[in-house]
Ligand binder design. Structure first.
Ligand code: SF4
Ligand code: SF4
Length: 85
């Protein structure tokens, strides 16, 4: 199980989540080259330890535990994972 970044991150991308993640599994960070080229950030599902720290830190309510992702944004589970393949 992992947390997932969804649609509301698009247009925000403020990286508050990056600052609180204890295992640095949210990318690209603002210091990474890809940051300016992506629409939103992605959580690496194989590194996320499911701590939940990023969720309250997100001003856009874009982050959900995988099992709680709203139906209209379920495709983001795959979109987050695919970024790391
Ligand atoms: S749930 Fe925890 S480990 Fe997973 S992305 Fe959020 S802050 Fe990082
Ligand atoms: S805190 Fe929320 S809006 Fe900001 S980058 Fe992370 S997921 Fe996107």
């Amino acid at each position: 199980m992992a947390f997932v970044i969804t649609q509301p991150c698009i247009g925000s991308k403020d990286a508050s989540c990056v600052d609180v993640c204890p295992v640095d599994c949210i990318h690209p960070t603002p210091s990474e080259r890809l940051y300016s080229r992506v629409e939103h950030l992605y959580i690496n599902p194989s590194e996320c330890i499911d701590c939940g720290a990023c969720q309250p830190a997100c001003p856009s309510n874009a982050i959900y535990q995988e099992s709680a992702v709203p139906r209209q944004w379920r495709q983001f589970i795959q979109i987050n994972a695919s970024f790391y393949r």
